[in-house]
Design a binder for this molecule. Structure first.
Ligand SMILES: Nc1ncnc2c1ncn2[C@@H]1O[C@H](COP(=O)(O)OP(=O)(O)OP(=O)(O)O)[C@@H](O)[C@H]1O
Ligand SMILES: [Mg+2]
Length: 385
């Protein structure tokens, strides 16, 4: 059965809602040659937005080529050079003979192995000789600019989970090398994005770091309630079902407008009703969603220390002075120096995020599960929103 909602994969076409201003900003950056650094917590829609904006930009400038690289599984500098070279060559030319020629022309000294299947254009992979690459990595870093000039095109290199470069062996030297070369590129545009806000900020906003002021720093926001209402009600309507704007808004609010969860909750609610979806179906679906995730949430909680759990408890009880003597004692948090360690651990485990005076749970479903099922602070989700 085709359901009208999607989650866990890139949202495109009818599944993609709004973000008009965000698309405009990205498209303008692509067309005018500005680099972008896009940051948002996990599953707020970075990849979907970049893909959608790429499609729009190509409609306006046929000379643009988009190259997508995901550093999710890339832990070493050599792997980075390998995918960079491979993907850039791939997007620059659709013909395999041409790809092989470019490879020979630009980086033959590094290539002990090229694998390609002539009848399948997506299969093209390079094995680089790391010892050689290490001697002159700029040859690989500059391939995109050289190809762009030769083919009279502009290449937009989009790199997902960019913060992973901080885990390379010598991240600072690597970043210096990249920046020194990238800043000379006038036919290649970079769009770098990632979900670990603190690590991304460290790379791009510390004045001592090579990537300081590299491009337009773009913090993606969640999608607003009014756009979710429009999206959810119309997806129901298109499939012969209905939901009131109030219940659609309530649904989005229950999961704090988190794009992935809104779509998942909408899907579960849609499956539960035959024709009209009311508040009780939404609440049942929400309960089902939290229960489906409870094993995962239990595992996350088991991996935390007692003081970290106590800290989460205090946050959920909306305690404001978390380092006050009284709080330290009531919630058994140890010393105030310990509180700093707890905060840093919860940031690096991607559970909490701190922006200015705000403390936020990155996963609204986990927050709800902790409140209702773990700490038993409330028994109704409605009391929490
Ligand atoms: N514009 C949108 N309209 C509707 N749903 C969206 C939109 N953007 C994202 N979503 C929902 O959020 C989910 C996650 O989107 P996406 O994979 O683009 O996010 P991400 O920030 O790249 O995530 P990750 O951090 O896991 O890489 C999608 O599967 C979809 O359910
Ligand atoms: Mg993504």
């Amino acid at each position: 059965m085709n359901t009208p909602f999607t989650f866990g994969k890139i949202a495109s076409g009818m599944e993609f809602t709004n973000r008009k201003a965000d698309i405009l900003r990205l498209v303008n950056n692509f067309l005018s040659g500005n680099n972008t650094i896009l940051i948002s917590p996990r599953r707020w829609g970075k990849s979907s937005l970049v893909k959608k904006s790429a499609e729009e930009a190509v409609k306006e400038d046929k000379n643009l080529r988009f190259c997508f690289i995901d550093l999710y599984n890339i832990r070493k500098e050599e792997e980075f050079y390998q995918v960079l070279a491979q993907e850039v060559i791939k997007v620059s030319s659709a013909k395999w003979e041409e790809r092989v020629n470019y490879t020979k022309k630009l980086i033959s000294q590094f290539i002990p192995k090229i694998t390609y299947t002539p009848d399948s254009i997506s299969e093209f992979s390079l094995g680089l000789d790391w010892k050689e690459v290490k001697k002159q990595p700029e040859q690989i870093i500059n391939i995109a600019e050289k190809l762009a000039i030769e083919k009279k095109i502009k290449i937009v290199i989009c790199i997902d989970e960019f913060q992973n470069i901080s885990e390379f062996e010598n991240p600072l030297a690597f970043q210096k090398q990249l920046r020194a070369n990238w800043q000379k590129h006038s036919n290649v545009i970079y769009c770098l994005y990632g979900s670990k806000r603190h690590m991304m900020l460290e790379v791009f906003t510390s004045s001592s770091m090579p990537f300081y002021k590299f491009g337009d720093l773009f913090f993606l926001e969640k999608i607003s309630e009014e756009h979710w209402i429009e999206f959810i009600t119309s997806r129901f309507k298109d499939t012969g079902k209905s939901i009131s704007p109030e219940d659609a808004g309530f649904m989005a609010k229950l999961v704090e407008y988190h794009p992935y969860y809104v779509q998942q909750l909408a899907q579960l609610s849609w499956l539960r009703c035959l024709k009209n979806c009311g508040r009780s179906e939404v609440l049942e679906a929400h309960n089902q969603l939290i229960m489906q995730l409870s094993l995962l949430f239990q595992n996350i909680t088991d991996s935390l220390t007692t003081t970290q759990i106590n800290y989460l408890h205090a946050v959920l009880k909306k305690v404001e002075q978390l380092s006050s003597k009284e709080t330290l004692s009531i919630y058994r948090l140890g010393t105030s120096a310990n509180v700093l360690r707890i905060k840093n651990a919860l940031i690096s485990k991607e559970i909490l995020d701190f922006t200015g005076v705000n403390t936020e749970f990155l996963d609204p479903a986990y927050k709800m599960w902790l409140s209702i099922h773990y700490f038993k602070l409330q028994n109704e989700p409605v009391n929490l929103i």
